[in-house]
Design a protein. Structure first.
Length: 243
């Protein structure tokens, strides 16, 4: 069975993107607030209120201003959770600016950007600690572990901050397993790759393989799989399916 890690490196070997790097001005990282403070700022205006435990947050600089933001998540159940972004105010407190019904397994926002090297310059003369930009946007990935009766799925969301608001640029399934009445078991495996040769209108290639599994072993059944490729172009502030 293919794993997500194997599929990622296979696709990365086919098309290595050339990201545009640009330094963003930022102030020194502020002192980290305590969880109770962050929860209070969220609950002042959130639809889904936060309560300890199963809460996590981190300081991040998500946009081009000098202030740092707070990224937070609340995991309610296996498939239910909420993702939050808070922006810093003039008095150095924070206010909620984004709330998404995403059940986030981790807050590792830039995991997808394998081209942003952290090697010694002797190994890579183009290495940079600057955040990668795509079409002038500092793009981040957040994974949502969602599902329901007979379905479990991991879905990637690519997003960026624009004028204090979260803008979702693309989403796609990374792994989905579903069962149907009668005992059949199906799985979809997916991954994506960004190509930025055209800096204004970069392309996003999205592969999915759909396969039927043996319900007893979970192994793919021979001759029961198909792979599909979709190409998206960055137009009107998001990735849209190319004709």
């Amino acid at each position: 069975m293919w794993t997500r890690r194997l599929l990622f490196f296979a696709l990365a070997g086919l098309a290595l993107p050339s990201f545009v790097h640009a330094a963003a001005p930022q102030s020194a990282k502020p002192a980290t607030p305590n969880p109770e403070q962050v929860i209070g700022w969220i609950n002042a205006s959130a639809k889904n209120l936060v309560a300890l435990p199963n809460f996590d947050f981190q300081l991040s600089n998500l946009d081009d201003d000098a202030d740092w933001e707070i990224v937070a998540k609340q995991n309610s159940t296996v498939h239910l959770g909420t993702f939050y972004i808070l922006d810093q105010k003039a008095d150095r407190t924070y206010s909620l600016v984004a709330e998404k019904p995403w059940n986030v397994p981790h807050l590792q926002l830039e995991r997808w950007d394998f081209s942003s090297e952290r090697n010694h310059p002797q190994l890579d003369p183009h290495a940079s600690d600057d955040s990668a930009e795509v079409a002038g946007k500092r793009l981040f990935e957040t994974v949502d572990h969602t599902g329901g009766t007979g379905i479990s799925a991991y879905e990637a969301h690519l997003w960026y901050m624009e004028k204090g608001k979260l803008v979702e640029a693309w989403s796609g399934v990374l792994k989905q397993t579903s069962s149907v009445p009668g005992g059949q078991l199906f799985q979809t495996l997916g991954n994506y790759q960004l190509l930025t040769d055209d800096e204004q209108h970069p392309a996003l290639y999205y592969w999915t393989t759909e396969q039927e599994l043996d319900p007893d072993t979970g192994s793919p059944l021979s001759g029961k799989s198909s792979t599909k490729l979709q190409v998206y172009r960055f137009e009107n502030e998001a990735f849209t399916l190319a004709p």
